[in-house]
Each structure stands twice: as C-alpha cells, then as structure tokens.
Write a protein that binds this ligand. Structure first.
Ligand code: NDP
Length: 400
C-alpha cells in the first residue's frame, strides 16, 4: 500500500512500529526518524528479520522545520506519524504543510515553557491544511484517541443524543518501583500536577489538582481510587458531540504515586521554571526525568491490567440509556508480544491504526480534525483486529 514516516522512537513509537511491521500489506515501507538514531537502528535490527515491511532510519531534530522538510522530501511518505513529544507538534505540522503530506499525532501541542495543553494552536492550522488538500488527525492514541472513536461510535450506533460522558482510565499495573511514570515522565507529571477541570453546561469548571476523588470497581482489576483530571479530549468532544451536558475524565493513582508526587512538588522538583545549578541553567522537572526509570524499561516488570473506556448516558428513541465501552489490556501479554507495557501498547496500537486510516483513504478529510470527526466503524474493527478488542456493558455502575 504505502509508506509512513514515524518521528520519535520512544515507548509509544516502539509499539506503533512493531504494529506497522505486523501490518506489512499497508505499511510496505516505514522510515523511523528520531533525535537519537541509534535507537531507531536497534529497533530496525530487531524487527527486520520478522517482517516484510522495508525499514529505513534517519536522524532528525523535530524542532527544526527545515530538517523535517528535507527528510520528508527525501522519503516521500504518504503520512507522517508524530510520536515525538507534544512540543514538536507544530514544527512537524509546518513541515507537513510545506510538503503537502498527511499528519497524525497522539497528543496536543504544549509549549515547552508553559504547562498548558489545548487544541487552539493546532486548530489554527485548519484552513491551511484544507487548502493544501491534506488531512491532519489529532490525538490518535488511547486517551485521546480511542476514547473519541468510542464516543463517535456510541453516537452513531447507540444513542440519538449523548448528554454525559465519563472517561475512566485505570492502570492496575504494578512495576515494583516506589515511583515511576508509565509514559514520558516530563509530560506525565505536567499533566497530573496541573489543575483539574471538566466541562459542564457549556463551560469549564476548574478544580485543584486531585481535588475530586471517586472509587470505582474496574472489571478484571478491582476497586481503585480515581481522580478527576483535565484531559485534552474533553475540549474536542465538547465541540463535536451535540447535546453534551457534562464530560469528565478520571485516572486511577495509587497512594504511593501520589505521596511521592506531593513530596517532589513540595521540594520544587516538578517545576518547569529554570534554575541555576553549578553555573548551568537547568529545569528541575527535566533533571527529575533524567533520574527516574525510563518508561520503556518498565515492560518486563509490570504486572496487571489496564481498563480504559467511556461511560455514556443519553437518550435513544425517547428513553434514557447508559452504555459503557472499554478495553482491558494485560501488561505481561503486551510485553510478550512487542516488548512494552500496556500503557505504551494502548497508545501505540491506535497510533498505527490512525496512520492506516489515512493511508487507506478511509479517513480522508482535508483540514485538521480530531478522531471523533471521522467514521468510527473501520477504526473500531481495526481495534479488534490489532490487539485492543473492546467490550460493551449496557448496565454499568455510574460515577456519582
Ligand atoms: P518517549 O519520551 O519515550 O519518546 C519520545 C521520543 O521522541 C524519543 O524517541 C525522543 O528521542 C524523541 N524526540 C524528543 N524530542 C525530539 C526532537 N526534538 N527531535 C526528534 N525526536 C525527538 O515518549 P513516549 O513514547 O512515552 O510518548 C510519545 C508521545 O505519546 C508523547 O507525545 C505523549 O504525550 C504521547 N502519549 C499519548 C497517549 C495517548 O493515549 N494519547 C498516552 C501516552 C503518551 P530521544 O530518544 O533522543 O529522547
């Protein structure tokens, strides 16, 4: 079928690349390009004997638009799959515009010096992508990503109107470390130490970090504490789901994680304000990242399951209805298959599927779009086929 250029070669990219290599009919060729080329080369060496996909590697600084443009012109991919960090979203989108190449990512843009994540910066490219005749798919991971596809599917097949969405992200995995993050520590800590917020009756309601706590009994995981967080898909779903009254996002955290995080915050280690240390300017959170376990190394140690999904409440044929769509994923099974834990797996698989949707033309809508703006059906089929089968419950326990 075609060729994808994958930017980044960390935890999430590694899973997406494994999955592209299992799907050689679509991904006949891939080029893996990242800041540290040796990581791309090591993955190529591991995967080449197992796949028909032709793999190339390259070094690129994704903060540099000229370098990206030169690489895209050289490789001529059908799509660029951005699996670097949210800081690089805009430079990669600029390069896609300059070369008229489709774009897919998993996380919305964040300026490096402000812990603020929202879609406005990327939505500002809508008209330019439309004029160039190219499609950008934003947020094709699990959350955002599958949660948006679940919402579009629920609206298409189960409801006339959705009024309430609760997104529940449960990681019941244990890696045995007192403190480690399951994906990039810098991005993860910025996300969970920010104020929480949810969407209600047409506006944002802001909360203090971890102010709202609920307990939920997750299938195949058990009872967990979960906390309300701000999360980026709330912003796009509030626009794209007509009739919506409230959207909340909850994530589970263990007490040890929260105690460590509080302590690190209290001593200033999670700050993104530069400080001088022995004559050199450093950012405490980046230093912290350097001493924490690399999320990519958690695979062999993590045991347990993730359970992530959405509980919908709304109306069908004039009657009130509830519906829960979710996926359960086993950390050790993921490790056996692709050498990564389930948090990277549940993000990397939908990233591959998003790129596949664009390459096959199933999702082709020039402009900049969030996943829920496309037909969910081929994506839902692909989830079942490529390792993230979904389950339904028509009588779920609701979150108060
Ligand atoms: P990692 O830190 O493991 O990987 C990031 C990769 O990007 C690394 O290979 C890194 O290179 C590379 N990179 C960073 N800066 C540059 C640059 N300037 N130029 C080129 N390459 C660069 O992160 P994860 O794999 O954990 O996360 C990847 C993305 O996935 C993030 O945007 C994250 O927010 C998102 N995500 C989305 C989720 C979802 O459900 N939607 C869930 C989890 C993550 P190097 O190896 O040199 O460091």
């Amino acid at each position: 079928m075609g060729k994808a250029l994958i930017i980044g070669c960390g935890g999430v990219a590694s899973v997406a690349i494994h999955k592209c290599c299992q799907n050689s009919e679509i991904f006949e060729e891939i080029c893996i390009a990242s800041r540290t080329k040796s990581k791309c080369d090591a993955l190529k060496e591991k995967l080449e004997p197992t796949t028909k996909t032709k793999i190339k590697t390259a070094q690129v600084d994704a903060n540099n638009v000229d370098e990206l443009v030169a690489l895209i012109e050289q490789e001529k991919p059908d799509v660029v799959l951005n699996l670097a960090l949210p800081y690089q979203d805009l430079t990669i989108m600029d390069a896609c515009l300059a070369t008229k190449t489709h774009y897919v990512d998993t996380a919305n843009y964040e300026p490096e010096d402000t812990a603020k994540f929202e879609y406005s910066w990327q939505w500002a490219y809508r008209e330019r992508f439309e004029k160039a005749g190219i499609t950008a798919v934003l947020g094709s991971g699990f959350d955002p990503g599958v949660t948006g596809v679940f919402s579009a599917y629920a609206l298409k097949h189960e409801f006339d109107e959705i009024n309430y969405i609760d997104i529940l992200d449960c990681n019941g995995g244990d890696h045995g470390y007192p403190f480690a993050t399951n994906f990039n520590p810098e991005i993860n800590i910025r996300e969970v130490s920010a104020n929480g917020s949810y969407w209600e009756d047409g506006h944002w309601v802001e909360t203090k970090p971890m102010e709202i706590k609920r307990v939920y009994n997750f299938e195949e995981v058990g009872e967990k504490d979960m906390y309300l967080l701000h999360h980026e898909e709330i912003e796009s779903l509030a626009l794209n789901i007509p009739g919506i009254k409230r959207i909340r996002f909850f994530m589970t955290f263990g007490q040890s994680y929260l105690t460590h995080l509080k302590c690190l915050e209290n001593v200033g280690m999670t700050s993104i304000e530069p400080i001088m240390y022995e004559g050199k300017e450093i950012i405490p959170l980046q230093f912290l990242r350097a001493v924490l376990p690399d999320p990519a190394s958690l695979g062999p140690r993590t045991k347990g399951k993730t359970n992530i999904g959405c509980i919908f409440q709304g109306k069908k044929d004039g009657k009130e209805k509830t519906y829960y769509l979710y996926n359960i994923c086993d950390h050790q099974e993921c490790y056996k298959e692709v050498g990564s834990q389930a948090v990277a797996y549940t993000t990397g698989v939908p990233a591959m599927i998003g790129a596949m949707m664009v390459m096959t033309g199933k999702w082709n809508k020039p402009g900049v779009h969030n996943v829920e703006e496309f037909d969910p059906d081929p994506f839902m089929d692909a989830l079942n086929k490529w390792g993230l089968p979904w389950r339904e419950n028509f009588h779920p326990v609701l979150v108060d």
